[in-house]
Design a protein around this ligand. Structure first.
Ligand code: KIV
Length: 272
């Protein structure tokens, strides 16, 4: 167990606020399946995001848009089954929270009931404020996701850094303040200038978790396939690779192929 997580109590939204208050950085990774979630939970990660990036990492789609509620529920249930300590949150997939609060709440309740997750993450600002309010008012914790919002890729047309211009930066600040006011327990800020992310982190009381938002935020999140080096096709500037599992797994696979072909596996002690 990591020295930072000797406290084995379940991580809650309240504990994330306490971390912000005492200046302890919050750690978060994505996971989409039981085995991976078990590793990172036991390693001491604070929060696990069942991201709709499953669309890219698990299915091989170019965008996150094809993910359905049923697919998110399948992945989230697998992660919840493996997790004892980390706070587990689930992405509301594209189209499930977009201007119809009653329908959004129904989808949110379904995800919470069928997965046993602790919270939801929702992409979008003031345009979906009624949806976010309805879900929070029903007692469901929500993390807002602002800055680069991959579900809106067809609107942006590019995955480049957001909020570099004054007007977009001001809208982002306003959206963060609004999300805090609505009762979101945290905000993810993706791919925005570090100075802006730091300014927002100081302006709001709730934790800001960054991905490509610099070191001045309250915590960091990365996609597990990227940081573990399972997916080597994606190399944005903000990504640090902590392992090269692609090479390790390739070598292991080649070793296995060789052993079977050369009749070295199984041997007598591996047989009944
Ligand atoms: O779906 C996802 O993995 C995410 C992270 C990039 C924050 O939203």
């Amino acid at each position: 167990m990591s020295t930072y997580s000797e406290d084995k109590r379940k991580v809650t939204t309240h504990r994330l606020w306490e971390m912000k208050e005492r200046g302890e950085k919050i750690t978060m990774l994505t996971a989409y399946d039981y085995s991976m979630a078990k590793i990172i939970d036991q390693a001491g990660i604070d929060a696990i995001l069942v991201g709709d990036s499953a669309s890219n990492t698990m299915v091989g789609n170019a965008t996150t848009l094809p993910m359905t509620i049923d697919q998110m529920i399948y992945h989230a249930k697998s992660v919840v089954n493996a997790t004892t300590r980390a706070l587990v949150m689930v992405d509301m997939p594209f189209g499930t929270c977009s201007g119809n609060p009653i329908k959004s709440l129904e989808s949110a309740i379904r995800i919470m009931q069928e997965t046993g997750a602790d919270a939801l993450k929702i992409e979008g600002g003031k345009e979906i404020k009624e949806d976010v309010k309805k879900i929070i008012d029903a007692g469901i914790p929500v993390m807002s996701h602002l800055g680069l919002m991959p579900q809106s890729i067809n609107k942006y047309g590019t995955y480049t850094v957001r909020a570099k211009e004054e007007k977009e930066a001001q809208k982002l600040i306003d959206d963060c303040l609004l999300m805090e006011e609505l009762g979101c327990f945290a905000i993810t800020l993706e791919k925005i200038p570090a100075t802006l992310a730091t300014e927002i982190t100081q302006k709001v009381k709730i934790p800001i978790i960054g991905i490509g938002a610099g070191g001045g935020v309250d915590g960091q999140v990365l996609v597990i396939h990227d940081m573990m080096g399972i997916n080597k096709d994606f190399s944005p500037k903000f990504l640090r690779r902590y392992a090269d599992l692609f090479s390790i797994m390739t070598e292991a696979t080649q070793h296995y192929i060789k052993d079977v072909k050369e009749k070295n596996f199984p041997n007598s002690s591996e047989s009944y």
